[in-house]
Ligand binder design. Structure first.
Ligand SMILES: [Zn+2]
Length: 144
């Protein structure tokens, strides 16, 4: 499958590098913020495209933390070496979905109308349904 755009990013030490492919240009990828206590601490800003593809390339898997909290339905991928929070992954019906932290991609000006969301009222089913619809629908994890 080919996409019009490929966006590259990484954690600070480059143990985790990534390519996000999408047909959308930067101005059609509005960053979203989340009001949860984890995202506020990281000042994470997220993009996703359900028709896009996220490729994560991991050098040393022992240096990757998969942090879980709350409903424990998502893995927050954090590099243990440099501390950068890269992406959240969620398995739904055998398929992995993702949102990407644009803090890992300083080379691009993602824009559009920023949105701050408060997902606190969602139950587990609401949350998985929202992710299945909105998050990046294809995730590939490579060991390099
Ligand atoms: Zn790192």
């Amino acid at each position: 499958m080919t996409y019009k755009h490929a966006y590259n990013g990484s954690c600070h030490c480059e143990n985790i590098t990534l390519t996000f492919r999408s047909d959308k240009p930067v101005h059609e990828l509005p960053p979203r913020e989340c009001s949860c206590s984890f995202c506020q601490r990281h000042k994470g800003k997220y993009i996703s495209d359900p028709d896009g593809c996220l490729e994560l390339n991991i050098k040393d898997n022992d240096l990757v933390n998969r942090y879980r909290f709350g409903h424990k339905t998502a893995d927050f991928i954090i590099c243990k070496n440099c501390g950068v929070f890269v992406a959240s992954l969620c398995d739904i019906d055998g398929n992995t979905h993702a949102v990407l932290n644009i803090r890992t991609m300083p080379d691009y000006e993602f824009s559009g109308t920023p949105v701050t969301n408060n997902y606190g009222a969602e139950d587990k089913g609401d949350r998985l349904a929202r992710r299945a619809k909105n998050w990046i629908g294809r995730v590939v994890i490579n060991s390099i």
